[in-house]
Write a protein that binds this ligand. Structure first.
Ligand SMILES: NC(=O)c1ccc[n+]([C@@H]2O[C@H](COP(=O)([O-])OP(=O)(O)OC[C@H]3O[C@@H](n4cnc5c(N)ncnc54)[C@H](OP(=O)(O)O)[C@@H]3O)[C@@H](O)[C@H]2O)c1
Length: 339
């Protein structure tokens, strides 16, 4: 029977989510990949235990995580039932609806019909009584913003989630949703954008809106799916995300396009006494809008390495300028050339 490490709260940093009462771990664990039906359950357990033992309290799911879609929630539910149940009140568990999940017109996007059915399915798969945060995974161009907002609000009123969040909405859409949530008095507290050294769109668009409205962000793909680690410095290993056929979102093309930049960033990290992954996470966390950064992990050791980023979160002006210069010289990455 799993017993959590007694020292788990000693090192982790907990940040308040905007002006809400909720604090989350500065590093959160995402279950997008490596937690599906194609992945060994023992390894999933080991990663979750490792994360929790190091003080990670924030666990990020979505209806479609797998593969098979839904299987990450099912597996997480099984691990909750066998190992983590005594710790439920020490965990912030999030899920989302908005990407395609089941056939027909209702298993996708952001209608009231889709969001509420999807949340019910996610609760069933995870075996949880409620989520701590439930997100609209992406804006729906065909459904009125107010309808999606009201569906999330309803989930709160029905006790299916404590807080709500938005993901992948741009600044303008976020400002409009915030106004609706304010009117409804919905506990909307958090946004989940992509944010890392190679994807900085949120800086000029979303972050100013979050700052103005006193909301926080939790960034996703914080290591650009592994590009911002030492993983690909010496070639492309067979078991890496770039080669896994079950994960189509990162290919060897992106590794090749970024290798020079990654080598240069790695030198800066070494001078700071950090791994590249640690420096990349610390660099993300310099953003005042970010309460937390989500990491993915294919093995427990990656979680250990990444959490140690918290040992050095400070950057000198020179270090920041050097990183800016290196990133400015990175050619635009072609994300359309995947596997
Ligand atoms: N809201 C959204 O639309 C959205 C979209 C994407 C992701 N997310 C969330 O964000 C979470 C994280 O996204 P992500 O998986 O793309 O995160 P990521 O942290 O950018 O990439 C994770 C991958 O990087 C590699 N890695 C991690 N730590 C490493 C280390 N210390 N050394 C070497 N390699 C390391 C591993 O790849 P290998 O498998 O190659 O070992 C791992 O699977 C997801 O799980 C999900 O919860 C949300």
């Amino acid at each position: 029977m799993y017993q959590a490490d007694r020292t788990r709260y000693d090192q982790m940093v907990y940040n308040r989510v905007g002006q809400s009462g909720l604090k989350i771990s500065a590093i959160g664990l995402g279950l997008w990949n490596n937690f599906g039906s194609v992945d060994p359950l023992e390894n999933q357990k080991a990663i979750i235990h490792q994360a929790f033992d190091l003080g990670i309290t924030y666990f990020d799911l979505a209806n479609n995580y797998g593969p098979e879609p839904g299987s990450a929630e099912t597996n997480f539910g099984q691990i909750m039932a066998t190992d983590m149940r005594p710790y439920r009140d020490e965990m912030v568990i999030a899920s989302k609806a908005g990407y395609v999940m089941w056939p027909g017109p209702y298993g996708n996007w952001g209608s009231r019909k889709s969001i509420i059915a999807s949340a019910d399915q996610s609760l069933k798969r995870t075996g949880l009584d409620y989520f701590d945060i439930f997100y609209s995974h992406r804006p729906d161009p065909e459904t009125p913003l107010a309808e999606t907002a009201q569906a999330l609000d309803q989930l709160v009123r029905d006790g299916k989630t404590l807080y709500v969040g938005l993901s992948n909405y741009n600044g303008e859409q976020t400002a409009a949703m915030t106004a609706i949530f304010d009117e409804l008095k919905t506990p909307y507290i958090i946004h989940q954008p992509r944010y890392n050294m190679f994807n900085r769109q949120a800086e000029g668009d979303l972050f100013p809106v979050l700052e103005k409205t006193h909301k926080a962000a939790v960034g996703f793909s914080s290591l650009s799916q592994g590009l911002l680690t030492d993983k690909y410095l010496h070639g492309i290993a067979a078991d890496s995300r770039a080669t896994k056929q079950t994960i189509p979102f990162l290919g060897t093309s992106q590794v090749e396009q970024t290798l020079t930049t990654v080598q240069r960033l790695n030198e800066v990290a070494q001078q700071r006494g950090q791994s590249l992954a640690q420096m990349a996470l610390a660099w993300n966390l310099r953003q005042p809008a970010l309460a937390s950064v989500l990491i993915g992990a294919s093995r427990p050791q990656q979680v250990i390495n990444n959490v140690a980023a918290l040992d050095n979160l400070d950057f000198s002006a020179d270090e920041l300028a050097t990183i800016e210069q290196i990133l400015a010289e990175q050619p635009v990455i072609d994300w359309s050339r995947e596997k």
